[in-house]
Design a binder for this molecule. Structure first.
Ligand code: TRP
Ligand code: SF4
Length: 327
């Protein structure tokens, strides 16, 4: 089986944007690939170095979200980055031959620094973020990396680092490919992109009641002020959620009812809520149980990290030989 690897930074509980944009796809890949999924806690530290305690908390929360959504430790290796120290060793070796100019021209680096202007990100670690990411990926010789488009520059850099290593010390690493997830549009309750920082998100940790209380007042087609005004699903953020949860046949009826103003937005949201709960109900339920079994979750992460470490160590043996650190 070919290998898939991906990671998420533990900077908050997961919301529907994370679930629909990444996690659901990770779950689906488990049957076709040998999957490695890890909590990128060191990567979180690049931006959260002033408050590392939050990383500790969210590492567990994110793992709970993953397991609740269907990542299965029987199928996939689920682990924590900082529990496999070899990532740091490989990162250090890579840092010796990675030109600073490759890192400085990285568009993701420039964008995030711009976005997080209030934080001082003029650090060595933040500049080297993609070098650590290359180590994460290459240490498992992953073939595919499911990520969003924002991560493509990091994948390109990973391939460049792999090529440079192979050229300098001898063939060791395959060049991993991005597995682009088609990212659905997931608006938050205010109609903007769903994001923790906009305070508009629906979380997997929300109760069904909380979800309905967020959905009910959610922004719709702003031209539809009264129930008797016809609406346009194409201009409605709620309808983007229908696309993610409601089957096509049902959506046809909804579109018609909206355009003809034969039902109101609350009726429409009720239909959405029902379909959402068919999918999310069991996830929420499982999440609630896992919340009470934190030790089981920790054991899963420990066990996964042990398995990951075996693979990482085998690669490092090879790397140490090729680079002459095997005296
Ligand atoms: N940079 C990724 C993100 O922000 C997280 C990440 C860290 C990652 N290491 C990785 C993703 C390795 C894929 C593979 O989403
Ligand atoms: Fe949006 Fe539904 Fe209202 Fe139409 S009826 S505007 S799709 S919420």
């Amino acid at each position: 089986m070919k290998r898939v690897l991906s990671g998420m930074r533990p900077t908050g509980k997961l919301h529907l944007g994370n679930y629909l944009g990444a996690l659901k796809n990770w779950v689906a890949l488990q049957d076709e690939y040998q999957c490695f999924y890890f909590v990128a806690d060191w990567h979180a530290l690049t931006t959260e170095y002033e408050n590392p305690k939050s990383i500790k908390e969210y590492t567990l929360e994110v793992a709970i979200d993953w397991l609740a959504a269907g990542l299965d430790p029987e199928k996939s290796i689920i682990f924590v980055q900082s529990w496999v120290k070899e990532h740091a060793e490989l990162h250090l070796l890579f840092s010796m031959f990675t030109p600073v100019s490759w890192l400085e021209r990285n568009p993701t680096y420039k964008e995030i620094r711009q976005e997080l202007k209030h934080k001082d990100l003029a650090t060595y670690g933040f500049l080297g973020y993609p070098v650590l990411q290359a180590a994460d990926i290459l240490i498992y010789k992953a073939h595919f990396v499911p990520v969003g488009v924002d991560q493509l520059p990091h994948l390109e850099l990973t391939r460049e680092i792999a090529r440079r290593f192979n050229y300098l010390y001898g063939k060791c690493f395959p060049e991993p490919q991005a597995k682009l997830t088609e990212t659905p549009k997931v608006p938050g309750v205010d109609g903007r992109k769903m994001s923790k920082s906009y305070d508009n998100a629906i979380y997997l940790a929300d109760t069904p009641e909380e979800i309905w209380n967020k959905l009910r007042p959610m922004v719709t087609d702003t031209n539809r002020k009264r129930k008797t005004d016809p609406g346009d699903p194409e201009k409605c953020p709620v309808y983007d959620l229908h696309r993610a949860f409601v089957p096509g046949e049902v959506r046809k009826d909804i579109e018609e009812s909206c355009r003809k103003a034969s039902f109101g937005c609350i009726d429409c949201k009720r239909v959405l809520y029902k379909h959402m709960m068919e999918e999310l109900g069991p996830v929420i339920e499982k999440r609630r149980k896992l919340e009470e079994e934190r030790n089981t979750v920790l054991d899963i992460l420990r066990e996964g990290s042990k398995k990951a470490r075996e693979v990482a160590l085998a690669t490092m043996e090879e790397v140490r030989k090729l680079t002459g650190f095997d005296l």
